[in-house]
Design a protein. Structure first.
Length: 355
């Protein structure tokens, strides 16, 4: 007996604006604070478990990148936010992992929300919520747990001859977004290979339930990717056009290039979305074609046996006065006629290319 699906219960949280409430799935008892403080001649890395260690880096002569892991520790996030003068609505959005990508401009900082996508060794696609606060001389990033796509960026910062060491926090903001967008491209390349393999399987393999399930899995995955990535185009477009006081003019050139990349990513998403949508139609067409082939063979067999059945029916009637029944070779003649009819019909179907 098929079990009835249970209805899910949804709890409405009508909290006052600015109330911090963690809405993620990953929890950590410890807040990891990774600090990189640098200038053209200075490079310093600090790994800490206390946000108080990040209070001494709000300086104008260096750039400080503070990365926070562990959004469920609300008191620690609030301490850091109060020190850097973050608006209560910003703190609320930092711990709300359900937010779509967006950008808010405040008097002393920019607040940007985006999604980080990457693959690990198990070939599973991971979605990570990232909040970024960009101020004059500092960048704060907040994520749920360890694991990100910024390892190459950290190596570049450690390189004294790199452009990033001679630029401000605005360029660091661009570099972080650029690393995220580059991984979007990698994720879509992997997804595209999966779609092509699935497309070959639809054409070359026998239809089965696993194939239809795989198509549904890919449909859900591309929808989730689209929901996470597409809104970032608007964010980067606004970022490129903003006249924020600590974003230098030369950084706008890099942001325009980043905008071109996100447009390319969005186009790829739309392309793969159409391909996945078309896979189900293709799958149904393949099933229909195979069914038509079966019905075609059965129809030809039935058509061949119609005249043979007719002849057998006539001479199978229980009448005495059927002259042909009394001939000596009637049985063999009847078999000969039926075989000739069978061969003629096969020849006719072959000429019509129905076989």
């Amino acid at each position: 007996m098929k079990q009835k699906k249970k209805n899910k219960s949804y709890k409405v949280r009508n909290l006052s604006p600015g109330t911090m409430s963690y809405r993620g799935e990953k929890s950590s008892s410890i807040t990891d604070v990774d600090i990189i403080n640098y200038s053209p001649t200075l490079y310093k890395v600090i790994n800490s478990k206390s946000v108080e260690d990040a209070f001494n880096f709000k300086q104008k002569d260096t750039v400080t990148w503070i990365n926070i892991n562990g959004l469920n520790n609300l008191s620690e996030i609030e301490k850091l936010g109060n020190h850097y003068g973050l608006h209560p609505l910003t703190l609320e959005d930092i711990v709300n992992t359900q937010h779509r990508p967006k950008m808010d401009e405040f008097e002393n900082y920019l607040f940007i929300v985006f999604k980080m996508l990457y693959h690990k060794s198990d070939d599973t696609l991971y979605f990570e919520h990232i909040s970024m606060v960009v101020g004059d001389g500092y960048v704060l990033t907040f994520q749920e747990a360890d694991g990100d796509v910024f390892d190459d960026l950290r190596v570049r910062i450690s390189n004294e001859k790199g452009r990033i060491r001679n630029s401000g926090s605005d360029y660091l903001m661009y570099a972080i977004l650029d690393a995220v967008v580059d991984h979007y491209i990698t994720v879509l390349d992997i997804f595209g290979d999966k779609v092509e393999d699935l497309e070959d399987a639809v054409f070359n393999s026998e239809p089965n339930n696993d194939m239809s399930n795989n198509i549904q899995v890919h449909k859900r995955e591309i929808l989730k990717i689209r929901r996470s990535v597409v809104p970032l185009r608007e964010v980067i477009n606004r970022l490129e056009k903003t006249d924020c006081m600590f974003i230098e003019q030369k950084t706008h050139s890099f942001l325009r290039d980043l905008y071109d990349h996100i447009v390319q990513v969005n186009e790829s998403i739309d392309l793969y979305r159409e391909m996945v949508w078309g896979l189900m139609d293709m799958y149904m067409s393949v099933i229909s074609n195979k069914m038509n082939e079966v019905m075609k063979v059965l129809t030809i067999i039935a058509t061949i046996f119609i005249p043979l059945t007719f002849i057998a029916g006539i001479y199978g009637m229980n009448f005495d006065n059927i002259p042909e029944l009394h001939y000596r070779y009637s049985y063999y003649i009847l078999w000969g006629v039926m075989i000739v009819i069978f061969l003629l019909m096969l020849l006719y179907f072959r000429r019509k290319k129905w076989l």
